[in-house]
Design a protein around this ligand. Structure first.
Ligand code: ATP
Length: 197
């Protein structure tokens, strides 16, 4: 998916409706500590179907709803809208709007282009690792520190994953094993043929 716009309402610290345009190219989010940079990235992951407490920092499902401050009451729901275009289908891109909404005590629900859908349907849209919640295109602050501190071999693995060639190593290993087995068979065959002479 090519993301164009992100809208949030009642999501974590974004109590007031907020809308961000995401232009083509690299987008960076900067701001003082605690201003909500990570919450933006979490909103993108959440609308794509991410619920795991580990990757979402909060404990329970409803922790994404604005919890209130000393001056503002808590919200009863959180909603995130992600809009953009699909990957090319037969050369053409289609408009796509994915909405996820959670209400206290009522769980979360999804809509795609205005129609109610199941979590499974959204998972299918983002099944491709290159576009989903685990996409290497979504880089958190912690990830940047990890890249800087990584050993050269680890950094190479990250670059290979981003370039989409990580799977080639596995296939190369498989091919090398088959080659060795074939070489051993050939040597055996030659021994047997030598014995027949
Ligand atoms: P840092 O640079 O320190 O990591 P950040 O800019 O990434 O900060 P976030 O971690 O995204 O900021 O935002 C943290 C803020 O969001 C905190 O002030 C926290 O209280 C607030 N917050 C998180 N969840 C909720 C919630 N459910 N309701 C209200 N506020 C929340």
């Amino acid at each position: 998916m090519r993301i164009r716009r992100l809208k949030l309402s009642g999501f974590k610290s974004f109590v007031e409706p907020a809308e961000l345009r995401i232009e083509p190219g690299l987008t960076g989010v900067v701001g003082p500590n605690g201003c909500g940079k990570s919450n933006l990235l979490e909103a993108i992951r959440w609308v794509m179907g991410e619920s795991s407490p580990k990757s979402m920092r909060g404990g329970g499902m409803e922790d994404v709803i604005f919890a209130g401050t000393s001056t503002r009451p808590p919200r009863s729901f959180a909603e995130v809208v992600l809009s953009g275009e699909t990957a090319p289908i037969d050369g053409a891109r289609e408009e796509l709007e994915v909405v996820r909404r959670i209400e206290r005590g009522a769980g979360s629900a999804y809509r795609v282009n205005g129609r109610d859908v199941r979590a499974k349907d959204v998972a299918l849209i983002f099944a491709d690792a290159a576009t989903g919640a685990h996409s290497p295109a979504l880089v958190s602050q912690g990830k940047i520190a990890a890249v800087i501190a990584a050993k050269p071999t680890e950094r190479r693995a990250m670059l290979e994953e981003a370039a989409g060639i990580a799977g080639l190593h596995v296939r190369r290993k498989d091919a090398e094993q088959k080659l060795r087995a074939t070489e051993a068979n050939l040597a055996r065959l030659e021994d047997i043929m030598a014995g027949l002479d």
